[in-house]
Every structure is written in C-alpha cells, then in structure tokens.
Design a binder for this molecule. Structure first.
Ligand code: SAM
Length: 525
C-alpha cells in the first residue's frame, strides 16, 4: 500500500463520522443559492488579482523540503481563523478558489496552492471527504503536498495529545509499558505523578458515555444520563422516543445533555442536527420519516432483545461525535453533565487512540446500524464500514466499566446471551451487580491486577468515577484495579477463586493474568 493511501486511510479512520450535514449544506448552497454563486465568482476575480501580485507564489521553489512545510504550517497557525458559520463558508470558498487558480499556474505555485487547499480543509468538517474530492480534482503534485501537510499536522497533534492527556489534575500519567517478550499486556499504563496515601482519592472522572441497564431504564427508577437513583420526592423529567419508550432523567442538565448528544438523532423523528434543522428546504418527506421511524423500531427491538449495551454505546458514540461538532459553538456550555468534550480533544480523539480488539457481532447488526444512519441523514452510513463497526464494538467491550453503588445490586436480571457472548464490564463487584455501563477517557487505561493497588468507587451516587488508593503509593507506581470480583467467596477455595477470576478475565478481556497473586496461588505442578 502506498504511503499516500495510508495517509488517506488514517485520516478516514480518524474522521470516522465526518459531519455530513455540513457537507450537504455547502453542496446545497452551491447548487441553489444565487448569492452564494455570485460570491464565488467575486472571489475568483479577487484571487486572480492577488495571484498576479503574489510574491509568495513566485518564491515557491521546485523542491519543497519538510522544513519548508513546517514553516508554512507555522505561519498558517498564526493567521486569524474564521469563527462564525458564515465566515467559515466564505473562508472555505475563497481558499478553494484561490487554490484552484494557483494550481493552474504551474509548479512554482504548487506550495501556495496546497496551502490554500489546506486552509479550506481546516474549516471543513470531513477531512476524508474533502481529501477524496481533492484527489479527484486537484493536480497530483499539489495533492501530495496537501497530504504531507496533513501528515505533519497529525504527527504534531498526536504528540500534543499526550502532553495534555491525562490532565495534570488527575495525578496520573500515561506511560508505555516496557517492551518484553510478553505482548499480551496493555500498550500503555497509568502511573502516579505523586505519592498518595491509602484511602485517598487519586482522581475523579466523569464518563464520556453511559448506558443504564435495560430493566432500570424500563422501570424509570434511575437517571438515563448520570445513572443516579431517582428520588421521587425531587421529581424527574422524561424524553419520549419515536416508539413511545420513555427515558427518565434526574435533572434538566441530564435531560438536555442526552437529548442533544444522541437521543434526538437516534430515537426521534426531529431534525438530527441543528445544521439540518436550519435547512428547511431539506425537510424529509413523510415516507422518509416513516423509514426513519421503522429503522429506529428495528434497532430498538434488536438492542432490547438481548440488552446489547455495547451496540447502543457505539450508536451513542457515533451520534455524540456528530452532535458535538454541529450543535456546540466553541466555548458554549450546553449543560453537559459528563463534561467529556472540552478543550481541544473530544470523545473521538480518546477512543481512536484505544487499541483495537475486533469482536464478531451478529450478522444482522451491521445492516441495522447502516439502515438507521442512512434513514437519519442520507450519507451518514458511509462513515461506518464493517471493519470500523467491529473495531468500535471491540474498543467499547474492552474498556467498559460497570457502575455499582455501594456493593452493587442483587436484582439484575440474568443475561439472555450464552455465557461466552455475555457482555462483561470492569467492576470488582461483578457485572451482575451493576446498574449501568460507562466509558471513561482516563480510566480506560487502568490495568488489571488480582491484588490491585486502587479501586473504583461511585461515592457521589452517579456515574462519576473516583479512583481510590487501597495502599500507600509512590510516585511512578503503576495503578491497577480489579476488573472482576477477585475476593475469595464463602465456601470457595483459593484455587477455585483463582480459577473463577482467571476464567472471567480470559473470557472478557482475553488475557491470562500474570499478576503476583495469580503466580503465588498457582497450584504446584
Ligand atoms: C488497560 S488496557 C486498555 C487501554 C486503552 N484504553 C486501550 O484500549 O488501548 C485494557 C486491556 O489491557 C489488557 N490488560 C489489562 N490488564 C492486564 C494485565 N494485568 N495483564 C495483561 N493484560 C492486561 C486487557 O486485554 C484489557 O482489555
């Protein structure tokens, strides 16, 4: 595979769910809006004039080094960026037009042309989609330069991510595991950045996504967003899906967050994104709405049949990426309980860095996901391939935490799936005692030990996770928690306890636990 294809695939993977509505919007304006087309013509004239004067263009050399590209990127970063939707549109159109004009002027103008196209790319929501268009329409040497710029910026972004993540306030840092012949362990682990005493809270973390257990969702006894137990005396709020199913919320912020992040998009017939709502001309026909309602019903029936939390979390993840980019102006507070999106990095930036563990979902699942996305917004389905579907499900399955209050509940219905297919979540109390499932950006990196030095707690009575030291710890110590119930139960021998937990770890997380306790308790050969 050529490096060029590689780069495009990387980008395509990164922007798995590029924002189609935005693209639809541009395309729609281009085709229907006279003013918009006039503006493009005016831009072309302006471009012609500026090209004639362009010292930058004339200075462009034949051979462009990586240092030149670095310098060009650096200069670009110091330019003002458009902020409003209208400014971004203008900027996008003028940069594409400028790029086209420059590219047509031959080799000395290739770098300035690539920079113009690259500027347009920086305000376009779907990198993969626009790169694809460039590949079909822009001269090859210019495309090569655009891809080189993308690659450079990507490398800088990857490096920058680990400089700010995990946040310093968590008292932990991510460290690569020393390479050994044993490749089964996690690639990265969390280590302490300061000494912590036994019993101290090391850090607290809100989830990126949650899913209330299905029986509690039906009963309406817990908040479908933060998983808090509903106190009837304090009242509650609800949301109704297109199928008439009710979700209950403990507060307005929880209701609003769920509604804007995923509920509207996945389970109602309302415009899925604000950008689409603004385009009244693109209103769906009654027949299209009926298809949307039917696909939602089919998906709900599939999810509810076996309480498929992983699939619902995946759908919420896709929805959340779309709604975060479209619904939120920078810095705008949408009353998001989870606070997981913020700063420069959002949910997809975290998840894309998790290692991939492919799982094999039932054959009927992928067509259902595709049908639902297509019925929600035509074109959305292009952003999930059979491979990315499996990989996303795998990431969720390997990183999901079980939320348990106190020691957990004892009335959770038995799983309907075969034991080998049942979804397991990380919790020292056992998945059978949880009220729901949650995904966390920092805690996803906690590794397992049967003699852990930390434990998860949900002391606030919500899905906010606290990680608490179970012994005195030193700066540099690797943090571990128990993914499963590692306590020796009444009537269980040491060997039986060892066997039980190792079986669960192998089934759920596909590794043979190498911890000191497992080694110590191993039966003599
Ligand atoms: C902490 S890592 C996940 C890190 C990160 N979220 C990711 O996906 O790359 C979790 C995975 O590492 C493996 N793992 C965790 N603890 C382990 C241990 N003590 N020994 C071997 N493998 C372990 C399991 O396969 C588990 O699913």
């Amino acid at each position: 595979m050529s490096s060029r294809t590689n780069t495009v695939l990387t980008i395509a993977g990164l922007s798995l769910c590029g924002i189609v509505a935005y693209a639809v919007y541009f395309d729609y304006k281009r085709r229907t809006d006279v003013e918009f087309r006039k503006r493009i013509r005016k831009e072309n004239k302006r471009v012609n004039k500026s090209v004639a004067q362009s010292k930058e263009a004339l200075a462009a050399a034949n051979s462009i080094s990586e240092a030149d590209l670095h310098e060009a990127l650096k200069q670009m970063k110091s330019e003002p960026v458009p902020t409003t939707q209208a400014e971004r549109e203008n900027y996008f159109m003028s940069q594409v037009a400028m790029g086209e004009q420059l590219a047509a002027r031959g080799e000395p103008f290739h770098l300035p042309a690539a920079l113009s196209f690259y500027r347009a790319l920086s305000v376009y929501p779907s990198t993969a989609e626009l790169l694809d268009i460039y590949q079909k329409t822009v001269p090859e040497p210019v495309v090569k330069l655009i891809l080189a710029l993308v690659k450079l910026e990507l490398a800088a972004k990857i490096g920058a991510y680990y400089e700010v993540f995990p946040p310093k306030s968590t008292n932990v840092a991510l460290q690569s595991r020393p390479s050994t012949s044993d490749t089964s362990g996690p690639e990265k682990v969390l280590v302490l950045t300061k000494d912590i005493a036994a019993g101290e809270v090391i850090y607290k973390e809100h989830p990126m996504l949650t899913c209330l257990d299905y029986d509690l969702q039906l009963a309406g006894t817990y908040c479908s967003h933060c998983l808090r137990e509903i106190q009837p005396s304090l009242g509650s709020l609800t949301l109704l899906s297109s199928s008439g199913d009710k979700s209950t919320f403990c507060s307005k912020p929880c209701q609003v967050a769920s509604k804007s992040q995923w509920f509207t998009l996945l389970f109602t017939l309302d415009p899925p994104l604000p950008a689409v709502a603004a385009l009244s001309q693109l209103a769906p026909t009654p027949a299209a709405l009926e298809v949307r309602r039917t696909t939602q019903l089919q998906m709900l029936a599939y999810l509810n049949k076996d309480n498929r939390v992983g699939t619902l979390l995946m759908a919420k993840f896709i929805a959340r990426q779309l709604t975060a980019a479209n619904g939120k102006a920078p810095g705008q507070d949408v009353g998001d309980f989870t606070q997981a999106d913020g700063g420069e990095y959002q949910i997809e930036d975290h998840v894309e860095r998790w290692s991939s563990h492919s799982v094999e979902p039932p054959a009927e699942e992928y067509p259902l996901v595709v049908a639902l996305l297509r019925a929600t917004l035509p074109g959305l389905e292009a952003f999930i391939s059979p491979e990315s579907h499996k990989s996303l499900l795998g990431k969720i399955a390997f990183n999901a935490f079980g939320v348990c209050f106190g020691g957990g509940r004892d009335d959770r219905p038995e799983a309907t799936l075969r034991p080998e297919d049942a979804e397991l979540t990380r919790t020292p109390y056992g998945t059978s005692r949880q009220v729901g499932t949650a995904l966390y950006s920092v805690s996803a990196y906690l590794s397992h030990s049967c003699a852990p030095n930390a434990r998860p707690s949900f002391a606030s009575g919500t899905s906010e996770l606290q990680v608490i030291a179970t012994k005195d710890l030193k700066k540099g110590d690797e943090l571990s928690i128990a993914y499963v119930d590692v306590s020796q139960r009444a009537g269980e021998s040491t060997t039986e306890c060892r066997q039980r937990r190792r079986k669960e770890l192998a089934r759920g997380w596909k590794f043979a636990c190498p911890c000191s306790r497992c080694v110590q308790e191993a039966p003599e050969k």
